[in-house]
Design a protein around this ligand. Sequence first.
Ligand SMILES: NC(=O)c1ccc[n+]([C@@H]2O[C@H](COP(=O)([O-])OP(=O)(O)OC[C@H]3O[C@@H](n4cnc5c(N)ncnc54)[C@H](OP(=O)(O)O)[C@@H]3O)[C@@H](O)[C@H]2O)c1
Length: 322
Amino acid sequence: MQAIVMTATGGPEVLVLEEIPAPRAAAGDVVIRAEAIPVLFPETKLRAGEFPLGVEPPLVFGFQAAGVVTEVGTDVDPALIGRRVTVATMRFGSYAEFVSAPADSVTLIPDGLSSVDAAAVLMSGSVALPLLETAALTGAETVLIEAAATGIGSYLTQLAKEYGAARVIATAGGPEKAEHARKLGADEVIDHNDPEWTTRLRETLSGTTLDVIFDSIGGTTALDLLDTMTPLRGRMLSYGWLSGAPAQLTATDLITRGLTLTGCAGPDWLTRVANARTATLQRAATGTLTPLIEAVLPLDQAAHAHQLIEARSPLGKFILRP
Ligand SMILES: NC(=O)c1ccc[n+]([C@@H]2O[C@H](COP(=O)([O-])OP(=O)(O)OC[C@H]3O[C@@H](n4cnc5c(N)ncnc54)[C@H](OP(=O)(O)O)[C@@H]3O)[C@@H](O)[C@H]2O)c1
């Protein structure tokens, strides 16, 4: 089969198309014939060596895929064969014609939802839903969604009002992404490429405060944001560090303002994310969450997709089609 092998950590050129043997289903696993493989933002960080890989290359790259089950291992229900599903691999292996993954990562794709749409919404939608549940919005609150034009931020923006936000302020990089965030549901958008964006935020708030911040940027701006939050009620949900570092805050910074920071990462959080996959695909199938797709590309364009993501150009997911 054809697969994208990551030969070493480094630039997108380390992702190389190779002919390799197809995987067989081990006990507890399924194998699918992949129809749609999402290229995920965190994968670019792993490829670049910015996040620990946990295993030495060479390896077949990628973590998620949608397709049709062709084989099941022992202890797996054979009725899955022929079903359209999404899978999440434990240790890479999804940028390929055939993908092996644990059977407990399987999510059935509802009728009426394409494999491309399922692959596009799977990761980001499944993070957005538990974030919104954790926020426990009251119906009268103001939220800030960072990096709202793409990925998790784009699904938070689509759903924030349904989950009880009264006012949605978003950040996005540049005018095209700002316009996109507005179309997704943001009331006001601030350009986070402006080094003074937190000052622009204060101007936008003009004395009002933020009840919830969905923080994906992290770094030093997180501290700067605390004084825009509602004392004794403000909640920061920290789930990413696009700036290169998690939110740089101390307990004192929070305690003296009566604010809460909830970490939304780590193994238990990822279990919640996995548990949200069925609801995410169901929403996409019924039209209450719109999958956002930049382009469907042949498998051999994986490196090109990584380049474009690093250039911050796409508005939706790149989907690889073997
Ligand atoms: N906790 C979890 O469960 C979980 C799961 C998956 C991902 N994550 C994390 O969540 C964050 C977002 O991931 P995603 O998959 O949703 O990404 P994404 O939105 O698909 O792509 C990242 C976006 O972030 C913006 N960006 C890039 N560098 C930035 C920077 N230095 N400062 C501000 N914005 C920047 C870019 O938009 P603009 O062009 O608009 O700037 C880019 O489109 C990442 O930090 C990721 O590692 C967390």
